[in-house]
Ligand binder design. Structure first.
Ligand SMILES: *Cc1c(COP(=O)(O)O)cnc(C)c1O
Length: 415
């Protein structure tokens, strides 16, 4: 049997953590172990500072002049380039706008239009549902289009890709299990079949190093309110490789994507570069808060981030299996860290009630039906002590059967 690290050993790991100072740049409530930054990232004073400046000076005092004076109009591309640095995208290929769902719609349409004569879209049956719902929506607008799903039409996504495939929509990290795909290898396979790829980076942007340009990706989307800490509902991003820009058409042809928005012309003329993915006016206050949150990444070494993420998730798996395995908790995430993102999922028949009990005890993760307890590890602010403590509380809840108390089985709207 492996001996489990004691608290002194855990504290030594925190003391030696090169990312330890980043935790002080977030507000974390007293008495809370926050393991849900993969759903809503923690708040940073740097985001509040920009938000306050945007509200009190730019909006209140400078009013309409701020579109030029404060650079509001260029926020989508300016922030896009900053996100781009975290996902391996050279400047000019990423824009921050709209929601992930809307950006999937635009990217899928654009990709299908670039592959005339091909009518199949491929996605994962186990994808985050909005990706599938949007793909169904896109298919419904294209005569003859078909949607084929991994886990439904074939076991492996690779086996669904053929000379009829126009586009493959695939998650870099699965939201439920935390499984991490090999982006370079799958992109190559898709290109060999003559198809295009849309990568969904919701659970990898800010969680681990991503290299879109290096992998030769075509399109990517992702959100900024998870590991990028932009705040609830902060706008998403969309990436398109520069080689596609001139040919891209997307269906939400609004004035912000026009070549000359302030010429107020009667007909649409797509703007140049990544700006053509824009549609209309963007949520400026949210963008300004995100700008503050993104400033935290300037000093972050992504290789160190990944090392810490792997160490945290490995530690949590070891502790939970050793302390809670006998209570019927089973690992749902890949055991091999090479194939795992920055979250750990455990299944338990009574996962919902156990998670509610955990939350009452100050350990915040979340639950995904039917039986998944998700624990997100955000290397900027999660400590090794957090992982240790969370496993200890989980053991206590299982041993005492506290989760059986009736109030933990009442379902809320958001789980
Ligand atoms: C979080 C998440 C989304 C969210 O989409 P919204 O449009 O922001 O609601 C989409 N896809 C995946 C894979 C996600 O994890």
């Amino acid at each position: 049997m492996t001996t489990l690290p004691d608290l002194a050993a855990i504290e030594a790991m925190d003391a030696a953590d090169p990312l330890r100072p980043m935790r002080d740049r977030f507000v974390l409530p007293e008495g809370v172990i926050y393991l849900d930054g993969n759903s809503l990232g923690a708040a940073a004073p740097a985001a509040f500072a920009e938000l306050q400046k945007a509200a009190q000076q730019e909006w209140a005092q400078d009013l309409i002049r701020s579109w030029n004076k404060a650079g509001w109009f260029d926020l989508p591309t300016r922030l896009g380039d900053r996100v781009g640095r975290l996902i391996g995208a050279a400047a000019g290929q990423t824009v921050v706008c709209d929601t992930t769902s809307i950006n999937i719609y635009k990217a899928l349409h654009a990709a299908v239009a670039l592959r005339p004569g091909r009518s199949t879209m491929v996605a994962e049956g186990g994808s985050f549902p909005t990706d599938l719902y949007v793909a169904e929506g896109v298919a419904s607008t294209l005569p003859g289009a078909a949607l084929r799903l991994e886990g439904v039409d074939a076991a492996r996504i690779e086996d669904l890709i053929d000379d009829q495939t126009a586009v493959v929509l695939v998650n870099h990290v699965n939201y439920k299990t935390g499984e991490l795909r090999d982006m370079a290898a799958l992109t190559r396979r898709i290109h060999e079949a003559g198809a295009l790829v849309v990568w969904d980076l919701c659970h990898s942007a800010g969680a681990l190093p991503v290299d879109l340009d290096g992998a030769g990706a075509d399109f990517a989307v992702g959100c900024t309110y998870k590991y990028l800490n932009g705040g609830p509902g902060s706008p998403a991003f969309v990436y398109a490789a520069a080689r596609h820009h001139d040919a891209i058409r997307q269906p939400l042809s609004g004035w912000w994507g026009h070549a000359r928005p302030f010429a107020f012309e009667q007909h649409y003329d797509a703007g140049s570069g990544i700006r053509r993915f824009l549609c209309g006016t963007q949520p400026v206050l949210s963008l300004r808060a995100l700008e503050g949150a993104l400033s935290l990444w300037e000093d972050v070494d992504m290789a160190a981030l990944r090392r810490k993420s792997v160490a945290l998730t490995d530690l949590f798996i070891m502790l939970v299996e050793a302390r809670c395995g006998r209570y019927g908790v089973t690992l749902e995430s890949p055991r091999d860290s090479v194939k795992r993102g920055s979250q750990v999922s455990f299944a338990h028949e009574h996962g919902y009630a156990i998670m509610q009990a955990l939350i009452e005890r100050g350990v915040i993760g979340d639950f995904r039906a039917p039986s998944t307890m998700r624990f997100g590890f955000t290397p900027l602010y999660t400590s090794y002590r957090d992982a240790w403590q969370a496993a200890a509380v989980l053991e206590d809840i299982l041993r005492t059967e506290m989760w059986k108390e009736e109030r933990f089985s009442v379902r809320a709207a958001v789980t």
